[in-house]
Design a protein around this ligand. Structure first.
Ligand code: SF4
Length: 87
């Protein structure tokens, strides 16, 4: 199994439900039927309302594209080794 070098952090509370991420990376991002906001498939949620998901190198680029397209910058990707946000 490939090492999961990166982590998606999604500030779900501030998502405006535009749907861009779900168009760009539908295998990772889906829109909730309840409130229309994006959910990260398979993620865990923390008390601060963020969703977290570790991802492999091969999945970095598609999720970076989703983050770049997010109009309110609520999608972040962290390098797990340096613990710094790449975006
Ligand atoms: S692109 Fe950003 S604001 Fe739009 S649905 Fe995805 S996370 Fe929410």
């Amino acid at each position: 199994m490939a090492e999961k070098k990166y982590k998606i952090e999604h500030d779900r509370e501030n998502c405006i439900a535009c749907g861009a991420c779900a168009v760009i990376a539908p295998e990772f991002w889906v829109l909730s039927k309840e409130d229309g906001k994006a959910d990260v498939v398979g993620s865990t949620k923390t008390d601060d309302g963020y969703e977290h998901l570790d991802i492999e190198d091969k999945d970095f680029s598609t999720n970076k594209d989703a983050a770049d397209a997010c109009p309110v910058n609520v999608i972040h990707i962290v390098d797990k080794e340096t613990k710094k946000r790449i975006i």
